[in-house]
Structures are given as C-alpha cells and as structure tokens.
Design a protein around this ligand. Structure first.
Ligand code: ADP
Ligand code: MG
Length: 395
C-alpha cells in the first residue's frame, strides 16, 4: 500500500512541475519546486526500499526453510539408510517429495507479495469506480427540450460546494428567449458557478432551474448537450490543427468549418495564421493566445448550433484586436439565440441587452448597461474600476 500511495504523490509532483512549468517559471519558484520534487522522490525511494527489503526477507526466509528441511531429511535419511531401517530408494523418494513440498512454500511467499500489490491496485480501482457522479442522466425517462430559443428560469436557487459555504443564495431570475445577457461581478462572486448550474455540470443545493419551463434535472443529457453549449473560460485544445480542433471528433466538412469562420467575421484572422485552417495549435493550444483559443472555441460552438449559448470569457489579458474579433464573433453567434456571457470586458457588457450584477452569490442589480451606468451602485463601481484598469494598461 505505502509504495503505491507514495508513487501517486511522486506522479502528482512530477506532472504538476511539467504542466505548471510556465507558472513556476513566471513566479520564479523553480527552487521550491525542485525541493518538493526531491522530497517526493526521496519519500518514494524510502517506501520502495522498505517494500523490497520486506519481500526479499520473505523470499530468503522461504529459501532458508526449504534448505533446512532438505538438509534435515538428508541427514536423518542417510542415518536411517546407514542403519538399514530405510532403503536407498525410499530415501530418494523422500528427497523428491520434500522438493515437491518446499517449492510451493517458496512460491507462496512470492505470490503473497504479488497479492499485496494487486490488493492495493484493486482498492484504487474501487475508489474510482465508487466515486458517485455529481449529476445523473435521467436517460430514457428524461424529456427532450423543444427546439427554438430557450427561456431560462432560476427559482430560489442556492448552491454550496461540498463542505463549503453558500456560493449562490436565493437566485431568482428569468431570461427571455433571444435575449443577450452579460453576467458581471467581482472574482468569487459566483459567476462561473451560475454558468455551471445552467449547463448542469452540477445541480443546485436548493431551488429549481428551468429551461423552456422544464426542470433541467429531467432533461436527457443528449438533448441538453445538443441545445445548450458552453464555451468555457479556458477551452481545451488538442495538439492538432485549427480544423481538427473545430471539428472535435465530428466529420463536419472542411468548407463548413471555413464558412463558420466567415460567418463569425474571423476570415481575416484565419488568413493571417501561417497555414490557415491547417495551422497546428501546439500542445494544449499554446501557439495561440488565450483570446485566439476562444475564437476557435466560438467556431466550434457556432457549428454546434445551440439554442442557448453560455460563454465564460477568458480572464487573461486579450489584445485589443482579438477583443474586437471576439466581440464580433460573439455578436454573430448570439444572434437569434439566448445567450448568457460571463463578462470580464466592458465591450461584452455594453453589447448585451441586459447586465446581471452578482455580488457574494446574489444578483444585486439587473438592467441594460446604459441604465445601470447612470445610477450609483455596484455596477457603476465595477465599471469605474474596469476603466481605471484599462487606462493603467491592464485588461
Ligand atoms: N470547485 C470548487 N470547490 C470549492 N469552492 C469553489 C469551487 N469553485 C469555486 N469555488 C468557490 O465558490 C465561489 C464562487 O466561485 P466562482 O463561481 O468561480 O466565482 P467567479 O466566477 O465569479 O469568480 C468562490 O468563493 C470560490 O472560491
Ligand atoms: Mg469565473
């Protein structure tokens, strides 16, 4: 068990240092990371040494007992044969039988060792298998959402992460079909949680969420995933071309992918890439900027043709040209659909029909940008800080 657990720690330390390499470098914590890695390796080495000493002792003990038994039989048998109480043939038969007896005993010590490893592995498998799914698909008993722009209805929705404090409190909001909503608020106010509940990545702790009047918990996953598409904050890209990343395992024709970029006003951007649609995006999309990765995700969402689009804007800085492109793409993408964008940029909030302002898990203001900006309150304050950041050159 011990080496197995330590092995996991080691794996975690190694993978974090590889995956988080850029973060580690940018914070200049290479030394601390190296120390942590050394500690994990040392602890794994100790655990492995202990385990091997144990199994070696068991193996040697088995061999020793076998050897002693053989020696005793040989000595006693020779004495018996010498005193004519046993024939030579009987002695040889005994020696053969002793071999038959000690071999399995030695094998047993090895098997016991293997068994320990197997049990530890099996426990890990059971742990994973027993992890309950956070949300369950109602399956064939579920209903399908009717087609067309979706209405969203939050009724007294509360949410807390397991063992944590409430993150959403009594959220009751209605979103009309085809309206474009921007959700804004300080970091930690619950915006991403709101989006995750909406797309049923989690279920609320209290209250009900209805899409088109239907409780989302009763909607079949297939129908939900086809009608509601979420563009996450940091979309995952595979180490492949732009084209394959937009296709994402489907067999959408190349021309359709190209025209998706055209429809979203991203032609010029695509032409500017070294090989257009065939440009490799690099590992996890590292050859593209965070904003450009979202453009790829927006094209993917466009081809999925959802009726409700949920967008969690990338928080990372986006250069002004990319910001304009995202805004334009988002405009075309949300046309005729209900869309809810978690906004980190003024342009998104300004372009929305209505802004929902969140503060510590509650919706504290709601209305069009032009109205909210004209009155003192959380939105005006947030807007002022955005402007100040922009002037300071931070976005
Ligand atoms: N997976 C999680 N487990 C526990 N707490 C979380 C988790 N994700 C977010 N939180 C907490 O929930 C609160 C709201 O987070 P979030 O919805 O991500 O806010 P926002 O998107 O507005 O920054 C924060 O206090 C955050 O620390
Ligand atoms: Mg967030």
């Amino acid at each position: 068990m011990a080496p197995c657990a330590r092995g996991r720690d080691l794996l975690a330390a190694v993978s974090e240092s590889v995956v988080g390499a850029s973060t580690i470098r940018s914070f200049g914590v290479e030394d601390r990371t190296a120390v942590r890695l050394d500690e994990a390796i040392e602890s794994h080495r100790k655990a492995a040494t202990t385990a091997h000493i144990r199994s070696s002792v068991a193996f040697a003990a088995g061999q020793f007992v076998g050897g002693i038994t053989l020696a005793v039989v040989l000595v006693v048998g020779t004495w018996l044969a010498a005193t004519s109480r046993m024939t030579l043939g009987e002695l040889l038969a005994y020696l053969f039988l002793v071999g038959l007896f000690t071999q399995p005993v030695q094998q047993a010590t090895e098997i016991l060792n293997e068994l320990q490893n197997a049990v530890a592995g099996w426990r890990r498998v059971l742990e994973v298998v027993d992890t309950p799914a956070d949300v369950a698909d109602p399956g064939p008993d579920g209903v399908d959402l009717p087609r067309g722009p979706i209405t969203v209805d939050f009724v007294g929705v509360g949410f807390a992460y397991p063992g944590g404090p409430p993150v959403l409190r009594d959220v009751t909001e209605y979103v009309a079909p085809r309206s474009r909503i921007a959700v804004v608020g300080e970091t930690g106010s619950g915006k991403s949680t709101f989006a995750k509940l909406l797309t049923r990545l989690m279920d609320p702790t209290s209250g009900i969420i209805r899409l088109d009047g239907v409780d989302v918990r009763t909607v079949r996953f297939a129908s939900l995933r086809a009608r509601v598409v979420m563009v996450p904050q940091e979309g995952f890209l595979f180490d492949d071309t732009v084209l394959s990343n937009v296709r994402f395992g489907t067999d959408i024709p190349r021309e359709d992918v190209a025209s998706a970029f055209t429809d979203l006003g991203l032609d010029a951007w695509l032409q500017g890439l070294p090989a257009g649609l065939d440009t490799p995006v690099g590992q996890r999309g590292e050859s593209l900027s965070a904003g450009e990765r979202q453009l790829v995700a927006l094209a993917r969402a466009y081809l999925a043709a959802p009726d409700l689009l949920v967008l969690d804007e990338a928080t990372s800085a986006v250069d002004p040209a990319t910001e304009v492109r995202i805004q334009r793409a988002l405009d075309s993408l949300s046309r005729g659909r209900t869309s809810i964008a978690i906004a980190h940029r003024i342009s998104t909030a300004e372009a929305a029909d209505e802004v929902l302002v969140m503060d510590r898990g509650r919706v504290v203001q709601r209305g069009p940008h032009s109205r909210l900006i004209a009155q003192p309150g959380p939105y005006a304050a947030l807007h002022a800080s955005w402007i100040a950041n922009q002037q300071a050159g931070v976005t």
